[in-house]
Structures are given as C-alpha cells and as structure tokens.
Design a protein around this ligand. Sequence first.
Ligand code: FAD
Length: 481
Amino acid sequence: MTKRGDKFLNSLKDGRKVWLEGQAVDDLPGHPAFQGTLKTISALFDLLDDPHRQDEVGYFLPSTGRYAHSSFLVPNAQEDILTRSKAFTCWAKETNGIMSRLSDYGRSMITGWYADREEIGKRDQGFQAKIEKYYESARDNDLFLTTAILDPQIDRSRELSDERIAERFLHVVKESSEGIIVRGAKMIATGAPYTHDFIIFSFLQLKKENKEHSHVLVVPANSKGLHIVCRESFADSRDEEHILSSRYEEMDAVLFFDDVLIPWERVLLYGDSESVLSLRNNKTANSLAFHQTVVRSVAKLEFVTGLAFAISESIGVTGYLHIQEKLGELLTQVETMRALVIASETKAAQNTSGVWVPEISFIDTARNIGTKAYPRAIEILQQVGGGGFVQTPSGMEDFYGPISKFMHLYFEGASVSAEKKVKLFKLAWDLIGSPLGSRHELYERFYAGDPVRSYANQYLNANKSSYTDQIWKLLQETSKG
Ligand SMILES: Cc1cc2nc3c(=O)[nH]c(=O)nc-3n(C[C@H](O)[C@H](O)[C@H](O)COP(=O)(O)OP(=O)(O)OC[C@H]3O[C@@H](n4cnc5c(N)ncnc54)[C@H](O)[C@@H]3O)c2cc1C
C-alpha cells in the first residue's frame, strides 16, 4: 500500500500553476525550493500509518478502517480536545515549532464548521450538505488545507466602494448552473504551492450590497485559471549550515484568480454578507483552529528557549545575573503560553450544538501575547549570543581542511567542542538572521491578524462591567450623598 506521505507527494502533480522566479514549477517534490519541506511534510503524514505513533496524531475511524488526523476529530467529549492537542503538539514538536501551517489549522476550521453545521445551516439551506460532503472527503483523503483570507494590500484607506479596490478583491463575475466564476486576488497563503485546497473568505466587514464579494469558498489548488505566485524561496539545501531552512521553509504565496470556476458544491456561502461574517466569527471553528496555533506557539518558544540555554552554556555565560534574568524571562513566556493552553482546555465547554470547544478567551490572550513574546525571545537570543552568531566559518569544510587545527582551537566552547559550537550557532543564526528567520518574526507578529486590532478586539469583546463594577461600588461606598 502506498504510504500517506508518498500519496501526498504524488497528488501534487495535478496540473496546478505554481509560479517561482518567472517559471511554472511542474515537479514540486523535485524542486530545490520545495524538496526539503515536502520531505518533512511527507514524514509527518507517514506518522498516521506508523503503529507506534498513529495514536499520537490520529484517531481510528471505523467507517474507513484507518486512522484520520486528529484535527478532524469533532470533540464530543472534553478528552477529545486533549486528543486534538496531542496531535498538534506532535507535529509541532517534530518540526521544532517552526512549521505552522501543516494543514492542521485549516482542517480544524473545516471541522469546526462541520461540527456546527446545523446552527450555521439555519442561515443558509445549502451549507449543511456541502460541508458534510467536503469534511468527509477532506478527512478520508488526508487533504492538505490552507487559508487565504486577506485581500491584496493595494490601498488600505479605500473600501469596496472604490472601483479600483472592488475589481481587484476576489469577487464573482458570473453565475452558471455549474457554479460561480471568480476574479481577483487573495493574500497571503502559507503552504500554498503544496496545499490541496484553499479555504477562502473575506476579512472585510462586508455590507449587504457587496453581494459579489460575499462568499466562503473551498478552492482546489489545481483549478483552471488559478495562479499561485510564490515569494522568493528561503530554502537552503545545506542541511549542516541551515538546518531549519533546509527542512522547514513554508512558502508564502499570493493567489491570482483569472476567472476561476468554483463548482457549487465548493461554494459554502455566497451572496449574504451577514452569513459570511457570522461564519467568519464562528466560535467553534475559531476555537478549534486557534487552539492549534497556540499549541504550536508553545513548541516554538520551547525551541528558542532551548537554543538560548544551549548557547549560553556553550560560551560559559550562565553564571551572570543578567543572562539568568533573560533566560528566566524566556521560561516565563513559555510557561505563560503553556498555562493559557491548559486553561483553554480545562475550561472547555459544550456549545449549543453539544460540541466541546476550548475556551477562546485564553486562546485569544495567548495569540496576542505571542505577537510580542516571539520577537522578544529572538531579541534575548541575540543578547545572549552576542557576536558569536557571525563568528562562524562559512562552511563546516574548514574543520577538515588545512586550517583544521586552528578551527578546533579557536572555535572551542566552554562546554562543547568547536564543531558542535559552530553547528549550534549556525542553527541559531538560521532562526535569527537568515531570510527564513526574519520571515518567522514577521509571521509571529502578523499571522493572527493585525496585532493592533487584535489587542483592541480583546478590549472591545471583554465583559467590561465585570471590571468596572467594583470601581463604581467602591466610589458609591465612600460618597457622602
Ligand atoms: C509570513 C506571513 C504568513 C501569513 N500566512 C497567512 C495564511 O496562511 N493565511 C492567511 O489568511 N493569512 C496569512 N497571513 C496574513 C495575515 O493574516 C496578515 O498579514 C495580517 O492579517 C495583517 O494584514 P496585512 O498584512 O494585510 O496588513 P495591513 O492590514 O495592510 O496592515 C499594515 C499596517 O497598516 C495598519 N492598518 C491597516 N489597515 C488599518 C485600519 N483599517 N485601521 C488601523 N490600522 C490599519 C496596520 O495596523 C499595520 O500596521 C500571513 C502573514 C504573514 C506575515
């Protein structure tokens, strides 16, 4: 039987149009920009067939007689949340927290919509049957999913009333018996070149009159007329020099829709701005999907913390108070995030459809904190390692050439050999100084949306009187009147 990893790789030869450096990439698994990453993903997929690991990432599905990834598990009991969490942790740890869009996020969103289908279906008659069919197919075929929600960054001060904006944002140009034809662009879709389907909806607060822009779609990556336009690749095949860039480069892309037909069964919602907004704000789907993001965030902060510890040990600075303070700060960050994940799981509750969902307020808090925690963790890593990150030779070859004796002498560390120390600093540089590393800092600042507005939303959505009541009460007690 073909293993799931291989099946995934083979499935990418489906006629999709992936553009990189002006060329259409036909053989994704064979291309240097994608090879390492696809090998990593393929190995993650294989875990579901490994009798020793499959319980970590999946759950047995009697209807198919095989394991499905736990991101598809509808939580009918609180333990199911923990099963999901275990799977997210597994893939996150396997990739040192670096890979964030391994499809478990997108799959969770679909699972949330499916779990809440009756409630959502009250607003749109066709939704329920469509999401049932799609969810089952995605689960049973191990579909890789990603989201593309933002509209192109043309002029953020303009709205859909401006024609220049309206015609570029994804919109319906024609309806037919087969489906709708859409035109426009979407950004940013991480993992776009190797996804099976894109989950598409708008980030805008659409109005009633924006019918053509009001839709929720699941678009196959090989749709005719769809162009997946990649940014520059940050992949580096030199595993010893760039461990992270050689394995974990998640490509980001912009999507151009040149009159793409979306069959009706893939049009989950269309035409009603309120239904679209309501689905976007669906608490079940958001809780299940955002839960994955914070579980992954813990794994990433643990990795940075481990790196900072190893670096400070390797150069003998752990005895200094200010280094200890900074390493302690990293631990505080990790434990805060971990506690928020545990709180969200412990305080999980059943929604009106009877589905268990993690408590989203803790998840939102973790996502907001994460936008500042990760850049700070990287800053600490730099402060701890100092100039060591650029005091590494260009290649490990120097350890085996004419200057080998000096390499071992002058690159030696406090507690590790010269070779090990150089490898360690190269690993850290891949996170703080490489193009992949810089992209990660940007990712953590923005992946959950604009952090300014996300923090503001936390205030706007809060139960404010639960904070202010005590103030007014205290003033009342002391007033003479
Ligand atoms: C590496 C990376 C990967 C990503 N991957 C994905 C993905 O897989 N799927 C996906 O859907 N999205 C993804 N995103 C997109 C992400 O959701 C957006 O970057 C984020 O929501 C911010 O939107 P924007 O980039 O358009 O910035 P903008 O909204 O254009 O913001 C730019 C600046 O302008 C300010 N600004 C803009 N509009 C306003 C306003 N109305 N009021 C006040 N201030 C404003 C912002 O505060 C910010 O400082 C990714 C982003 C990054 C960086």
